[in-house]
Design a protein around this ligand. Structure first.
Ligand code: ZN
Length: 245
């Protein structure tokens, strides 16, 4: 079965109202105070940072965001093409799944903002429940199981990517026939190197991004048009038509 890999970055979610936070030119990188809120050592060391982090999570635009046509086109490719489709995403917003991609087909390189994890006992629970506690007055809600410090289940600055998730992403990059990088500047490693690995292993490399990327010269096709229109059109071309088409 043809394996199609889609690597998505912040650019796929901007149409859903979620700004680029963690990219090289993202909001966090431009504001050292904001960056502390998502840097592991600061977060663990300073209760004031954690209180501000919880307020930032409470006020996040992610909770109101809806999948846009690009997310929906990916889910449709999965349902209608007969291809094996795998999403590797740098985003933590969960919008691919909300658009209908099955959880098991989405690799979240940077984790998810929709779950919280205890830094001591590693138990996971829902962000929604944690935010209810914040709303009710707990400024830095501790783990209900062990009293440890809770954080969102995202990879903070200073934390390493989950090696299992990364290994799976590498395997997909090596095995896929088509690799589509969408809305990512391909400047953050190791995610970016997946595009190079795919090209080395003879995948057709397609890059959909407004700005040039370091991998453009390896690409078979480059699309600069807005993602919300360009990606659905591109994926529609991939879906085999009725017999004889
Ligand atoms: Zn715990």
């Amino acid at each position: 079965m043809t394996l199609v890999a889609i690597l998505s970055g912040a650019g796929i979610s901007t149409d859903s109202g979620i700004p680029d936070y963690r990219g090289p030119n993202g909001l966090w990188r431009r504001d050292p105070e904001a960056e502390k809120l998502v840097t592991y050592d600061y977060y663990m060391a300073d209760p004031a940072i954690r209180r501000r982090s919880w307020l930032m999570r409470r006020d996040s635009t992610t909770w109101r965001a809806e999948p846009n046509p690009a997310h929906r086109a990916v889910a449709e490719l999965d349902r209608q093409s007969g291809f094996a489709v795998r999403v590797i995403t740098q985003n933590v917003d969960g919008l691919h799944q909300l658009a209908g991609m099955p959880d098991r087909k989405v690799l979240e390189l940077h984790g998810t903002a929709r779950t919280v994890v205890c830094t001591r006992c590693h138990v996971r629970s829902s962000m929604e429940d944690a935010l209810v506690r914040v709303e009710a007055g707990e400024e830095d809600p501790p783990c209900l199981a062990c009293g440890g410090i809770l954080k969102s289940a995202t990879v903070m600055f200073g934390q390493r990517l989950d090696p299992t998730v990364l290994a799976e992403a590498m395997a997909i990059a090596k095995a896929c026939e088509v690799f589509i990088a969408v809305g990512t500047s391909l400047q953050v490693q190791p995610a970016a190197s997946l595009a190079g690995i795919a090209a080395e292993h003879a995948a057709r490399l397609v890059i959909v991004n407004a700005e040039p990327t370091p991998y453009d010269e390896l690409a078979d096709e480059i699309v600069r048009e807005p993602i919300g229109e360009a990606l659905p059109a591109l994926l529609k071309r991939l879906i085999p038509g009725p017999a004889g088409d």
